[in-house]
Ligand binder design. Structure first.
Ligand SMILES: *[C@@H]1O[C@H](CO)[C@@H](O)[C@H](O)[C@H]1NC(C)=O
Length: 245
């Protein structure tokens, strides 16, 4: 009898530990973090020593300047990096979401499940991404990106029609011509993540500044390695809008 109870208990423990989350159910809530607006990051300026760091190929971290009228301001850091490659080469890397696994550290899986042209030359891109931050800490998230070629931006939040392991996400890539060097690009990257439940410190640290620096550094490395890359197929028609900036 006790043995039977014991077996039953083990079975219950086993099934709860390995219970599969149904990622196809809605997330349970909408945006918590404010979405970013496409275009230039407002109020961001770089002084002489920051310009020098950028010219040396290093990244610079800035604090975002929240809109004082925003009740839920995105309070994250912005990472700035100069890249010795033209705008379209940089976009060809950022938009290559299906191949992030090959290029971006800690990305275990990345696959678009919807790419849809919108009005005004915009695109909606929905992507499933799995990140393995540390052994045993794997995060599956479903992102809803909007690529705004004319504003030189891609913004994203979670896809709230699916369940993600992160509680909320709000991000922004802004890609601009370098203010003085021809054929050189300056990128700005912000990605605020709200975690669900309690999270170990090394994960928090990674999700914060480390991940920001890594994002701009892989884009720099790949773009400088392929400075004449074409935009991934579905985005062909955005090329003129990107280059007319
Ligand atoms: C430039 O800005 C950084 C960070 O905002 C600051 O630490 C540094 O002292 C500033 N440097 C100059 C020369 O103003």
């Amino acid at each position: 009898m006790t043995r039977l109870l014991f077996t039953a208990l083990l079975l219950v423990l086993y099934s709860s530990a390995f219970a599969k989350k149904d990622y196809n159910k809605p997330h349970g809530h909408g945006p918590v973090l404010s979405p970013y607006k496409p275009g230039k990051f407002e109020g961001l300026s770089l002084n002489k020593s920051e310009e020098k760091k950028l010219a040396e190929g290093k990244s610079v971290m800035k604090q975002s300047m929240p809109d004082p009228n925003d009740p839920n301001p995105a309070g994250g850091a912005i990472c700035v990096q100069d890249i010795q490659a033209p705008l379209d080469a940089v976009w060809s890397q950022i938009l290559d979401l299906d191949n992030y696994k090959k290029k971006v550290a800690k990305v275990l899986e990345s696959k678009n499940y919807k790419v849809a042209p919108q009005k005004d030359g915009k695109y909606q891109i929905k992507t499933k991404m799995v990140m393995g931050v540390m052994p045993g800490y794997k995060y599956t998230s479903f992102y809803d990106h909007t690529f705004h070629p004319r504003e030189g931006s891609m913004t994203w939040t979670l896809d709230y029609d699916k369940t993600s392991d992160f509680d909320d996400v709000s991000g922004h890539w802004h890609v601009a011509e370098h203010p003085s060097k021809p054929d050189c690009t300056r990128v700005f990257y912000a990605c605020d993540i709200k975690m669900a439940g309690s999270v170990p410190k090394p994960i928090i640290n990674f999700i914060g500044k480390v991940a920001l620096k890594q994002a701009t550094s892989w884009v720099k490395k790949e773009s400088e390695g392929s400075p004449v890359a074409n935009l991934p197929k579905p985005f062909d028609s955005a090329k003129d809008a990107i280059l007319s900036k």
